[in-house]
Design a protein around this ligand. Structure first.
Ligand code: DGL
Length: 263
């Protein structure tokens, strides 16, 4: 039986856990590691140059510490700006999570779709290219929100979510009654799916990248020839600033230990 390959899932905060849980439930045979850069959180309001340098530094540090075989940048904000540079710096495969515009356009009958991401992601050149390529005939309603990212962080730390605030953030989507699909273009947002559905004014399809990323990881694992049959386990988690509530969240996702990573 081959030794399980190490797969590192990385985000600024808890959002990447929405990707981790998809990998855990769909991809057997890997040792999972989760890392979040909570010291530099949130990424969504950061300037692009600063963000690329930070992600590069954190991933280099994680690379030395863990020597992963596959890295998943479970963050749309970072992936839409830093992927080419990160890929150039590492010899192992780097999987990026980018807005699921293509599946949303495929799912939409009305050709009106919503894009819910961080302020950075919704206005990125890369995101515009995805829209031009895959949803050129769609009207795209964009909402960029950092408050929503903070809400997901709070929820996973066991705090109450303000439903009125949530409803007012997503209100622009419901001004056009034809809208029939919303892309969750931030990995934090699938963690708020129940709450988003509870404040929805009418039925829409909610589309995120989790399943596609899990499929990509499964494919890459096969390529490495290191795919074992056991259930994938979360071996450890890392953060860049001490936060006891975060360590508790990680343990709820099955992490036996959390470690401080110095960048
Ligand atoms: N989870 C991240 C994303 O997918 C961003 C959150 C942040 O602003 O740090 O975009």
């Amino acid at each position: 039986m081959p030794k399980p390959a190490k797969v590192l899932v990385f985000d600024s905060g808890v959002g990447g856990l929405s990707i981790l849980r998809e990998i855990q439930s769909r991809v057997p045979g890997c040792d999972l590691y989760y890392a979040c850069d909570n010291q530099a959180f949130p990424y969504g309001t950061k300037d692009e140059t600063e963000l690329v340098a930070r992600v590069d530094a954190v991933l280099k540090s994680l690379d030395r510490e863990l020597e992963p075989e596959i890295v998943v940048i479970a963050c749309n904000t970072a992936s839409t700006v830093a992927l080419p540079r990160i890929r150039a710096h590492f010899s192992h495969p780097v999987v990026g999570v980018v807005p699921a515009i293509k599946p949303a356009a495929e799912a939409s009958k009305s050709r009106v779709i919503g894009l819910l991401g961080t302020p950075g992601t919704v206005q990125r050149q890369y995101t515009q290219q995805l829209i031009d390529e895959f949803a050129g005939d769609c009207e795209v309603v964009r909402v960029g929100s950092s408050e929503l990212v903070h809400m997901a962080e709070k929820k996973l730390r066991g705090c109450e979510i303000d439903k009125d605030e949530l409803a007012s953030i997503v209100e622009p989507f419901y001004r056009n009654k034809k809208l029939d699909a919303i892309v969750l273009a931030c990995t934090h947002f699938p963690l708020l799916l129940d709450e988003l559905m509870a404040v929805a004014r009418f039925d829409v399809k909610w589309i995120d990248s989790g399943e596609a990323i899990a499929r990509r990881v499964a494919y890459l694992l096969n390529e490495t020839g290191r795919r074992a049959d056991n259930r994938s386990v979360l071996i450890a988690s890392y953060y860049t600033a001490e936060d006891p509530l975060l360590a508790q969240t990680f343990s709820q996702f099955g992490s036996p230990s959390s470690h401080l990573l110095r960048v």
